[in-house]
Design a protein around this ligand. Structure first.
Ligand SMILES: Nc1ncnc2c1ncn2[C@@H]1O[C@H](COP(=O)(O)OP(=O)(O)OP(=O)(O)O)[C@@H](O)[C@H]1O
Ligand SMILES: Cc1ncc(CO)c(N)n1
Length: 267
């Protein structure tokens, strides 16, 4: 069985972060491992509080996993602060996993910062060059490049600018623009478009976490970058289509719809 590690923050409401990542891994038939960088007090309405895990504990968690288990792919989500980024970068340079997917998480949907402002530059400098794919959303790409993004042309320009910062593949997610969401992959040679009909729902909590984890799972399973993204998009689309109206805000997506349906657990 393939093993995939998520290095990310905990979302106790189960829609994003570590919880979304582990569900995504389980749904892909890969074994999920986790290293927790921060604990958030969070629900469908937003993030109420964040407590970082200190760098020694992040370091020990990573060592405990890699010193004992062969990891096929790593997904990095919320990294919170400079000390955590330095620790993760050092460890990944030491253990050199074959696949690294970096979701450069900066803020939650209610605007709460999940990455300290002073840590943004370090995230780019230390982690982008280690990543096989980075998956920014529109606000993250704007923060990273300083460019305004309102259309597909500007998305292409931003993806190319992020590629020049050292990532080997940039998947710029278009969920935040109006119309049918288009994600653009830039690999240094060409721009590839992944477009889906927009699903009308407010329950999109954790879509970015889920997409990057699904890409990591598919890379671990031996798929090439483009195919891994195509399959991950199919997965997130079904998960959004069957998302759950939990809580009073943006509810979570459904990770196991296809599996439950097949098992007869859903009529
Ligand atoms: N309403 C929607 N219908 C279909 N696909 C969507 C919808 N919203 C987002 N997506 C897709 O989901 C994926 C995640 O995109 P999005 O831009 O929402 O990421 P994100 O902002 O990082 O998510 P989050 O911060 O909630 O984890 C992308 O592939 C995007 O195209
Ligand atoms: C822990 C965590 N990671 C990432 C996100 C971004 O969706 C979130 N809301 N919470």
């Amino acid at each position: 069985m393939k093993k995939v590690l998520t290095i990310a923050g905990s979302d106790g409401s189960g829609g994003a972060g570590i919880q979304a990542d582990l569900k995504t891994f389980a749904a892909h038939g890969v074994f999920g491992l986790s290293v927790i960088t921060a604990v958030t007090a969070q629900n469908t309405l937003g993030v109420q509080a964040v407590q970082d895990i200190d760098r020694e504990m992040v370091s020990k968690q990573i060592e405990a996993v890699f010193d004992d288990i062969e990891v096929d792919a790593v997904k990095i989500g919320m990294v919170s602060q400079t000390a955590t980024i330095e620790t993760i970068a050092g460890a990944l340079k030491k253990y050199t996993p074959e696949h690294i997917v970096l979701d450069p998480v900066m803020a939650a949907k209610n605007g709460c910062h999940l990455l300290k402002k002073e840590a943004e530059t370090l995230l780019i400098k230390e982690l982008f060059p280690l990543a096989e794919i980075v998956t920014p959303n529109i606000p993250e790409a704007e923060a990273i490049t300083g460019l305004g993004i309102d259309n597909l042309q500007q998305m292409e320009e931003a993806a190319a600018a992020i590629f020049r910062l050292g990532a080997r593949n940039v998947l710029l997610k278009g969920g935040h623009l109006e119309g049918n969401p288009t994600d653009i992959l830039y690999n240094g040679r060409e721009f590839l478009y992944f477009t889906q009909a927009r699903i009308e729902t407010k329950n999109t909590h954790g879509t970015g976490c889920t997409l990057s984890s699904a890409i990591a799972a598919n890379l671990a399973l031996g798929r090439e970058v483009e195919e891994a993204i195509t399959l991950a998009k199919d997965y997130i689309t079904v998960a959004i289509e069957h998302s759950l109206p939990l809580g009073r805000g943006a509810g979570p997506t459904h990770h196991f719809y296809a599996l439950y349906k097949k098992a007869g657990l859903i009529p």
